[in-house]
Design a protein around this ligand. Structure first.
Ligand SMILES: [Zn+2]
Length: 381
């Protein structure tokens, strides 16, 4: 039996066999609370059999890291057998195997002889699979190119689905992947592309009036290296946009590419941005999703028409999606976020949605993306 993490999106260190069929590992975190993601491969020899895994917090982050990881639990763990398109909760196959202690999270899997499982805190969409997916979307009619190169030289896939109608379209940005462990976000944006390319009558109607630009994974290096939240340059992209309206440049190269394109060329009417988070602790009703809004939108939108549209899409998040099911109230968008810069500079409508990836498998995340987008488009004239 072997437990490893040295593969794309892998996260786990100090992996060791404690006893026959019993392994321990430490999560690799960046800075609390970005220290909850793990992803390891469990490979059987000829025999196979049960394997217990104890997943400990990153000791380099101290007590803050311990709390930062374990506060995300209880939350169901996930596994896949080979194909990353289909992940299953561990407790669906092996009821009752998860234990959430004050020191570590424990679980148990059974690996078939010569078989292998990937076990992770949530479903995983590796960058190479996203690139292959984008190529398939190109065959179905999407224009696919690169926003530019990441810090480590990876192309950042960008898809364009031009409006099919004759009127002035809504220019929409669909964005995700700032925090790489929140794989539900890129899956949600992929879901929007697939929905829009489908024969669904609502998709056809949306495409007539919407010029859709999709950037599903803005932090590809973080994805490949199995990071929780930060780029390889050590930047939290979510708060990298302070002062962009006044000419300040974001720190991360990926964010500079994004802001330059958005501010100099696209100037979107709508920016739908997906994040994810994990857990059940202190959250209310399944699916425990969240959303972020402006506390005082009237200070950002100078046009009464845009202000009214912002209130409409905000209320669509409240009433047409489960965006308040986690905390029963929204989070607040802050001046250092992309949303603030876009709204202040271009009057962009900026719905921001958090999917709880403890409760979303691959298809649930993809469909959540399309569902949220459809709800917003219904609310816009
Ligand atoms: Zn996030």
């Amino acid at each position: 039996m072997r437990v490893t993490s040295d593969f794309e999106c892998g996260n786990g260190k100090s992996i060791r066999r404690v006893a026959p069929g019993h392994w321990s590992l430490e999560e690799v975190g960046e800075k609390a609370p970005y220290c909850k993601y793990f992803c390891v491969k469990v490979e059987a020899g000829d025999d196979g059999g049960p394997v217990r895994l104890d997943i400990y917090p990153d000791p380099d982050l101290g007590e803050e890291g311990r709390v930062g990881m374990l506060a995300h639990y209880p939350a169901p763990l996930w596994f896949c057998e080979g194909d990353y398109d289909h992940w299953v909760r561990l407790t669906h196959r092996w009821p009752g195997v998860e234990r959430y202690g004050p020191e570590c999270v424990s679980t148990r899997v059974v690996v078939p002889p010569s078989g292998a499982l990937t076990v992770a805190s949530n479903v995983v969409l590796p960058y190479t699979r996203l690139v292959a997916w984008a190529a398939r979307m190109a065959e179905r009619g999407a224009a696919v190119d690169s926003l530019g190169k990441s810090h480590e030289g990876r192309d950042i896939p960008r898809l364009h689905l031009p409006a099919t109608g004759r009127g002035k379209p809504i220019k929409a940005l669909l964005l995700s992947g700032q925090h790489p462990s929140e794989h539900c976000g890129p899956l949600a944006v992929c879901g929007i592309a697939e929905f829009l390319l489908s024969a669904h009558p609502e998709a056809r109607a949306i495409r007539e009036r919407c010029d859709a630009w999709l950037v599903p994974m803005i932090n590809p290096d973080g994805n490949v290296h199995g990071r929780n939240g930060w780029t390889l340059e050590g930047v939290n992209q979510c708060t990298d946009f302070a002062g962009v309206c006044d000419g300040a440049a974001p720190k991360a190269v990926e964010d500079r590419l994004l802001w330059d394109w958005l501010s100099e060329e696209l100037r979107p009417d709508l920016s739908l941005h997906f994040h994810g988070y994990l857990g059940t602790h202190n959250f209310a009703d399944p699916p425990c999703d969240g959303c972020y809004v402006f506390e005082r939108p009237e200070r950002l939108y100078s046009s009464p028409e845009r202000l009214e549209q912002y209130r409409a899409i905000r209320d669509a998040l409240y009433w047409d999606t489960p965006g308040l099911s986690a905390r029963s109230r929204p989070g607040t968008l802050s001046p250092d976020m992309l949303e603030w810069g876009l709204a202040a500079r271009f009057g962009t409508l900026v719905p921001f949605y958090e999917i709880n990836h403890a409760f979303h498998g691959v298809q649930a995340a993809r469909r959540k993306g399309a569902d949220v987008f459809r709800a917003l488009m219904r609310a816009l004239p």
